[in-house]
Write a protein that binds this ligand. Structure first.
Ligand SMILES: C[S@@+](CC[C@H](N)C(=O)[O-])C[C@H]1O[C@@H](n2cnc3c(N)ncnc32)[C@H](O)[C@@H]1O
Length: 365
């Protein structure tokens, strides 16, 4: 595969809240599961001198080639070309049972977005590709646009792009491809622009192709399945006090992160109408961010691309002793008890100067 035309550039987002919440003071092993160019890892290594090892994963072999050269002189960083849903196997292969922090900084980097050859951007003419890893097999955006039935395209744009005009755009695509297949980003973007009502085209705050391009990228890379699988596995891989940090960029991602963390923090999965807990599931994490943290106005001004970024952090709790009546204790059921997460809330996250982060429960009140 050819090298990128321009040297990769990416400005890491939400670094300050990540450093304040995303790693315990005594931690030694960190997984940067979306390494990219390693911006978050760089910040973490300088903030936590005790950090002994960073395992960096990225599914994009091209970006990892650059990262390997950039990070060759840093013995604490080990880079692995792998998807983050495969993290348990990666760690098992290294003989590591648990780690102190895991970061998922979702989506694509600025470099991937801006490299026309990757086909992610409607504003840069290029082949309609969108695969995060061009070295593996798999359908491209071009394959999906030129072969999926109209119904499927409409469903995909509605579900993964939350696109209001999903049906109309799908219809226009299918009509047009009977005469000529789509091959470039510019070609598809122009068709989408023409398919939506003219009055909305003029007033929309985002490019009319934004949502369809997002939907295609999610489908090509199966991003939501990847995320769902990684979320449950990642929590199990944390040591007590270890942190899972996820930075998401749209509501489909953030909803999944919120639900997975809330479920782990709740523990009990019994229906609300049950008077007593019979499942015996204990909370495994405490939420350090009840509401997600977004960028400050200053960060948004410096890096407009971070506007939609949202950071959530969950902290792994120590294993709870088996409760009477839990499925594992073999004793009769007990009444519901207060989750350890509540007791631990006194340790709420704060900035280095002692003030609270925006988005923490107390600030939202
Ligand atoms: C927003 S960038 C991360 C940037 C990085 N934090 C930095 O500061 O340079 C997201 C990266 O995650 C990678 N990625 C996306 N989905 C992935 C997955 N399922 N497994 C592994 N890497 C993934 C992308 O290839 C991209 O390089």
């Amino acid at each position: 595969m050819s090298q990128p035309a321009s040297p990769p550039v990416h400005r890491p987002v939400l670094v300050d809240p990540f450093l304040a919440l995303g790693f315990p003071e005594e931690g030694t092993i960190f997984v940067d599961a979306t390494f990219g160019l390693g911006g978050h890892t760089r910040a973490l290594l300088s903030r936590f001198p005790r950090l002994e090892r960073v395992i960096g994963l990225d599914r994009d072999g091209e970006i990892l080639d650059w990262a390997r050269r950039e990070w060759a002189a840093e013995p604490r960083v080990v880079l692995v070309h792998e998807r983050f849903s495969r993290l348990p196997a990666v760690l098992a292969g290294m003989g590591i049972a648990a780690v102190d922090g895991i970061l998922l900084d979702l989506g694509v980097s600025s470099w991937q977005l801006e490299e026309p050859g990757r086909g992610f951007s409607f504003s840069r003419p290029g082949p309609l590709d969108m695969r995060m890893d061009r070295r593996t097999e798999g359908p491209t955006a071009r394959d999906l646009v030129n072969t999926l039935p109209e119904e499927e395209l409409a469903r995909l744009f509605a579900e993964f792009g939350e696109e209001r005009f999903a049906r109309r755009i799908a219809q226009a695509i299918v009509r047009r491809r009977t005469t000529a297949a789509f091959t470039t980003t510019a070609d598809l973007a122009a068709l989408i622009e023409g398919a939506i009502p003219a009055r909305l085209r003029a007033t929309s705050p985002i490019h009319p192709a934004t949502r369809v391009f997002q939907a295609l990228r999610i489908a090509v890379n199966d991003e939501l399945t990847e995320l769902e699988q990684a979320l449950t596995k990642a929590i199990d891989l944390l040591r007590p006090d270890g942190r899972l940090t996820v930075i998401s960029f749209h509501s489909l991602e953030d909803r999944r992160v919120k639900q997975a963390m809330a479920m782990a923090a709740r523990g009990c999965r019994c229906p609300p109408r049950f008077p007593v807990c019979t499942c015996g599931q204990q909370p495994t994490v405490e939420l350090l961010t009840r509401k997600p943290i977004g960028p400050t106005p200053a960060e948004q001004a410096a890096n407009p691309r971070c506007r939609s970024a949202r950071l959530r952090v969950a902290r792994r709790l120590p294993p709870a002793p088996a409760r009477e009546g839990s499925a594992s204790s073999g004793r009769p059921p007990a009444t519901r008890e207060v989750a350890p997460a509540r007791r631990e809330r006194a340790r709420r996250p704060s900035r280095p100067d002692g003030s609270l982060w925006p988005g923490t429960p107390e600030n939202d009140a």
